[in-house]
Design a binder for this molecule. Sequence first.
Ligand SMILES: C[S@@+](CC[C@H](N)C(=O)[O-])C[C@H]1O[C@@H](n2cnc3c(N)ncnc32)[C@H](O)[C@@H]1O
Length: 280
Amino acid sequence: MNQRAFTPPAWSISDREFDQLSRTIHRYSGIVIGPEKRGMIRARLQKRLVALQLDTLAEYLDIVSGVSGRAERERFVSSLTTNVTSFFREKHHFAFLVEAILPALGDTTRPIRIWSAGCSSGQEPYSIAMSVLDAHPEMAQRLSILGSDIDADVLAKARRGIYAGSSLTGISDDFRSRFFEPVEDGRGTDLRIRAQLRDLVTYQQINLNAGWPISEKFDVIFCRNTAIYFAPQTQCLLWRKFHDVLRPGGWLLIGHSERVPAECHHLLQPAGITAYQKPG
Ligand SMILES: C[S@@+](CC[C@H](N)C(=O)[O-])C[C@H]1O[C@@H](n2cnc3c(N)ncnc32)[C@H](O)[C@@H]1O
């Protein structure tokens, strides 16, 4: 017998409910949800109400606000995150990595640690890995890259490392053949990051606005197009936390519309286009 599809009764979000939802999201993730997102929130909530077979938004709010609502809070925040990314996005940072940062690190023999914070589905950490392997293959042995995101779904994609051939627009034919292999699925349209590159990256679910399970320092942190969703005071806190986990002389690279404000420049000095350096 076919099970009838569950449809919650028609509903709308009251001002009070919207306020409660946006405060819950902000408290958990730091993400600011403005009133213009109301329509989008409603559409995403509709999916969650159907999945959980709930009749009212009030029931859903009880779940996400409750002490045992962590898993649902995570799922809800994941459904709201903007995960847009691409290989070699804002490519001046990869040129900066190769031309300015790696030569400075080449003078040392210690491990090189790079963090892609807010890495989405992995294109950013894999672009970092390709840049290093291409310019300084001898550094691969001491390179480790951490990719992190709040969203478990995008991290699963990043770990698989499989991408539609059509999404590899920023990648040269040379990089395509050296760093990707066809997926044996009979269709031949998807490409997988080669193991040599995948092995350089580990992934971890980290909420940038909660405690970080980080014990070692980084040489470079990419945190691009992620802090833009946070309030200015949350961003400031984040820049300070990045300063604390960078080595002296380490670099922070941020998105094109983000800035470390002047009051933090004693911690992170401007060092290029949306690039900052911790004093050595
Ligand atoms: C637009 S993507 C940026 C991806 C990549 N850095 C780039 O520039 O192409 C923003 C990512 O930040 C993640 N994000 C949002 N809030 C976060 C938080 N509080 N902690 C960690 N990641 C978060 C989202 O899940 C999303 O994958």
